[in-house]
Design a protein around this ligand. Structure first.
Ligand code: NAP
Length: 238
């Protein structure tokens, strides 16, 4: 198996890459040139580094990227700075997901696994999720005012509504952590179909390393994959 990781230099992405390599999985990573987050892995034979900005690639280049990969993980997210939050590319995550899906659909590939790192701040419209009126109001406002929130909502909505559940080429899962925290080690965590608490007024915690572990486990364990495919599991630390 070879896995393409987008956002590989990010907090979660780099841990996904490290865990995949620890599991002896071949990884292709996309990092912006000059980024040195994965420098210590440069000589590892399991890693292929593509130093480009994913948002600047056309469909042909994206097709080349996915060509030899069986699975794609997106841990892309906007940097927490004024430029990252409000500058271009405003739809970094959703445009990348759309381009990747387009490239897969035009390719000869079948059953490509795609994992999107999403958020509990995104309501799964296919379920009767228990978001309160206040939560729905606040999240709608954020989607209107905060480009990264709109981007995350659009990325998952593209998977649920456009790619859907009857796609022979793409199987997808949108993993939804609550507030991300840094922990050294993997700890116990729970996975749910839907939120268990308000992400606005009573947010839970999710270790970044646990998100990475769950993503890698999904790729390894077919039974687990089949449980969660075409769904938007929520992950909280125990
Ligand atoms: N923070 C939370 O509590 C929380 C909770 C749930 C879900 N999430 C979501 O989870 C996702 C990943 O979170 P994270 O904290 O692991 O992300 P992160 O550390 O901020 O990493 C983001 C990744 O995206 C890349 N990136 C950012 N702007 C880019 C651009 N303009 N062009 C190309 N690449 C770009 C970064 O590259 P560089 O390293 O080169 O900047 C990095 O690899 C995000 O979508 C976030 O919204 C966050």
């Amino acid at each position: 198996m070879k896995v393409l990781v987008l956002g590989a230099s990010g907090a979660t992405g780099n841990l996904v890459v490290r865990q995949l390599i620890n599991n002896k999985v071949n990884v292709k990573v996309v990092v912006r040139s000059g980024n040195n987050k994965l420098n210590d892995l440069m000589h590892n034979e399991l890693i292929e580094v593509v130093a480009v900005n994913i948002s600047e690639l056309d469909l042909i280049k994206i097709a080349e990227l996915i060509n030899d990969c069986d699975a794609i993980v997106s841990c892309l997210g906007h940097n927490i700075s004024f430029k990252g939050l409000f500058g271009k590319p405003r739809m970094l995550v959703s445009d990348s997901i759309k381009n990747i899906c387009n490239a897969i659909e035009r390719s000869k590939k079948d059953n490509v696994k795609l994992i999107l790192m999403n958020t509990t701040a995104n309501i799964n419209r296919k379920l009767q999720e228990e978001y309160s009126c206040k939560d729905r109001f606040v999240l709608s406002l954020l989607t209107l005012l905060l480009p990264p929130q709109k981007d995350n909502v659009e990325a998952a909505s593209y998977l649920t509504n456009v790619i859907g559940e009857n796609n022979s080429k793409i199987e997808w899962i949108a993993v939804r952590p609550d507030t991300l925290i840094n922990e050294e080690k993997v700890s116990d965590y729970n996975i749910f179909e839907s939120i268990q608490r308000s992400p606005v007024s009573n947010a839970g915690k999710t270790s970044i390393i646990n998100v990475a572990q769950f993503i890698v486990e999904l790729l390894h364990n077919n039974e687990l994959w089949n449980v969660w495919k075409f769904r938007m599991p929520v992950i909280y630390n125990k």
